[in-house]
Design a protein around this ligand. Structure first.
Ligand code: ATP
Ligand code: MG
Length: 647
């Protein structure tokens, strides 16, 4: 496609200012693969160790000797790395800037010194309520500073946090509490998003009925809304906090001691309780934050995710704070009170780097350029994206309209399982191609294999696996080590299987083509859903598209497209034909959709990813068994799609 030939060279300014240039990347990457032992021990120096490790990676992906350990003999505390070690040099510098849901309310700022006090006090409250090292603590919180304090307080005392996104239902929350046998839950009276209130404490009450493991609920007063408190189980955070000190020693932790459990988004089935440990994870979050975002002292970094997702863990909290950055935390949603909100926040807090998801960009793009153009955005220097393949159309809009053609767009491919970025450009090192995640991070050894596991060299397409362990790799599925091995290491023995499809071009650039399950085979031609979706989104009337395969008598699989139109555009048979012809022209006759359904909205996970698994079932007409839909953001979307299915 013409799209993929378009190259955006590293701007001259970036060649001058970046920490890592093209040559620097080659040297760094080369060393990481040729001599991982000494490379990683040297990288480990970016952390503050109580006992410095002398062993780097100790791992095997083989079934007979399956184990993954990093820096095993090292000792450290993750929270001390994110806070205490910065106090002497930048104690008065802002650690967190918090922007509330309602723009008329004041923002809050916490210097590193203040963050230290808040986290210590929170840690002492946890101790006072009986939390001990190794206990699982469920955090079900709105995006308020106390959520960050709670996470870091767990890390400080060695408790294992399990953050559950505050948009999840009581059922989903109960399932996650039960799965990791968590006796403690931290929540707030209510959350606020887009001007609405979310009854978090009431949700916890409902979840508790189904989660007998839960013994204690610590409630932060956020809105002052009315809530019921259950005697003996529920305590107000601010009551306990009155009587504890704001000094709390950091627990000495082994590098392989668990840091947190986080359940995957559930795009493909029952969520997995991904376990990350202390040393390797923090090193990975810190290194990738510095490299991919070319982070420099004093910059304002805004990752517009929720701390309920891995993106929030690694790039709102752990990565930026380990690097002593100023991180922005936003309570609300991108389109409230209006479609300018994100860009207004950029101006208000003079944000230098913005990191968000394609789903948010597509939604904002559908509102036109005016809400963006009404703001300055002069502070921006770098833009990032994560979560799904980004359509080249959305990439260019981000680059041209949001970044005014000044800011590189960094497309970062990674997973909950990987802890941090795996394939991503470094802005000072790599020319960019819209839609490509570009090159592997140091230590990451990606391979493309065919269905039989044969490694495909050069420019090729197939299944993406990672051949070597890296420090940020998950260590197990909580309580189900067998599922861990079976899910990730049994398909292609000796390798980590990502479940994603991928293409590598002549320049060695990587292009994620979507989940392997989503690759469609039409008359023997393999096609990534991402490519057809990108072609549809290129059309001026289309806001969003999702494509799935369904059985076809002649072709093996046929192409079924769901299309959401821009606001104000009305569906018609004529437009349907136009769009089919459009794809035919953009990609070729083989990619012409067999069926095209107009969809006012698409089924998405609460992290905003399209659930193609459900769309596939609807396309096939198999609507009686849609599988696990508990992670759907809005279940009613499905009924509308079923009713309007194209036979
Ligand atoms: P589950 O594993 O429960 O089905 P999930 O895979 O959606 O859920 P996450 O870990 O949040 O859970 O998402 C990781 C996946 O998101 C990747 O495997 C990939 O499919 C997709 N992804 C993330 N970033 C990108 C990107 N930059 N380009 C393409 N795909 C991406
Ligand atoms: Mg996944």
């Amino acid at each position: 496609m013409a799209d993929q030939q378009q190259v955006y060279p590293v701007p001259d300014e970036w060649k001058r200012r970046a920490k890592v240039d093209a040559e620097g990347y080659e040297t760094l990457y080369g060393r990481s693969i040729a001599d991982p032992g000494s490379f990683w021990l040297e990288q480990a120096r970016r952390l503050d160790w109580i006992k410095r490790p002398e062993i780097a990676g100790d791992w095997s992906f083989d079934e007979s000797d399956f184990h993954i350990n990093w820096f095993t003999d090292g000792k450290l505390n993750v929270a001390a790395n994110c806070i205490d070690r910065h106090l002497a040099s930048r104690g008065a510098a802002p650690a967190i800037i918090w922007e509330p849901d309602d723009p008329n309310e004041p923002a809050r700022r916490y210097a590193y010194l203040e963050l230290h006090q808040e986290v210590c006090r929170f840690a002492n409250v946890l101790k006072a309520e009986g939390v001990e090292k190794g206990d699982r603590v469920t955090i079900y919180m709105p995006m308020i500073p106390e959520a960050a304090f709670a996470v870091l307080a767990c890390a400080r005392i060695g408790a294992i946090h399990s953050v559950v996104f505050a948009g999840f239902s009581p059922e989903a929350l109960a399932g996650r509490i039960t799965d990791c046998d968590s006796e403690f839950c931290i929540t707030a009276d209510e959350g606020r998003r887009g001007g609405k209130r979310i009854p978090l404490k009431a949700n916890v009450d409902a979840a508790a009925d189904r989660a007998p493991a839960l013994k204690k609920v610590i409630v932060v007063q956020a809105t002052g809304g009315d809530v019921a408190m259950k005697e003996g189980r529920d305590v107000w955070y601010h009551h306990v906090a009155e009587s504890v000190s704001d000094d709390c020693p950091a627990e000495v932790m082994g590098a392989e001691d668990p840091l947190f459990i986080l359940y995957t988004s559930g795009s493909t089935g029952k969520p997995k309780g991904v376990l990350h440990t202390s040393g390797g994870y923090l090193l990975w979050a810190s290194l990738t934050h510095e490299l991919a975002f070319d982070y420099k002292e004093g910059e304002i970094f805004w990752c517009a995710a929720d701390i309920g997702w891995i993106t929030g863990h690694s790039y709102i909290l752990y990565g930026p704070l380990a690097n002593g950055a100023t991180t922005v935390m936003y309570e609300g949603v991108p389109n409230w009170p209006d479609a300018s909100r994100i860009w207004q926040i950029v101006d208000k807090h003079q944000v230098n780097t913005l990191y968000t998801a394609p789903t948010a960009l597509r939604a904002l793009m559908a509102e036109g350029d005016q809400p963006v153009k009404a703001t300055s955005r002069a502070s921006l220097r770098l833009l990032g994206t994560v979560g799904e393949p980004i359509n080249p159309q959305a990439w260019r809009w981000y680059y041209d309209v949001v970044g005014d053609g000044r800011c590189p767009v960094i497309d970062t491919w990674w997973q909950t399982e990987t802890g941090g970025h795996m394939i991503a450009p470094l802005p000072g090192a790599h020319d960019l191609k819209p839609g490509s995640a570009v090159k592997p991070m140091p230590g990451v050894d990606p391979q493309i294999v065919d269905a039989d596991g044969n490694v495909l060299p050069g420019a090729t397409e197939g299944n993406l696996v990672i051949a070597k362990s890296w420090p940020g790799q998950m260590r197990t599925v909580w309580n189900d080590h067998d599922r861990f091995f079976q899910t990730y290491f049994s398909t292609y023995p000796g390798k980590y299987f990502t479940s994603d499809g991928c293409r590598r071009d002549e320049d060695g650039y990587y292009w994620i083509t979507g989940r392997v399950d989503d690759v469609i085979n039409v008359s023997g031609h393999r096609m990534g859903t991402a490519e057809i979706e990108s072609a549809l989104v290129l059309h001026e009337k289309v806001a969003e598209a999702a494509v799935v395969g369904r059985p076809h008598d002649v072709k093996g699989q046929g192409i079924y497209a769901y299309v959401t139109l821009n606001s104000g555009v009305h569906p018609s048979d004529e437009l349907r034909d136009t769009l089919k012809q459009w794809v035919r022209k953009e990609i070729g006759p083989i990619a012409t959709p067999d069926a095209l359904q107009f969809a006012p909205s698409l089924p998405k996970t609460r992290s905003g990813k399209i659930m193609r698994r459900i769309l596939r079932k609807i396309a096939e007409g198999d609507t009686s068994s849609l599988g696990d839909t508990s992670t759907l953001a809005d279940p009613s979307v499905v009924d509308h799609l079923v009713a309007n299915r194209v036979a």
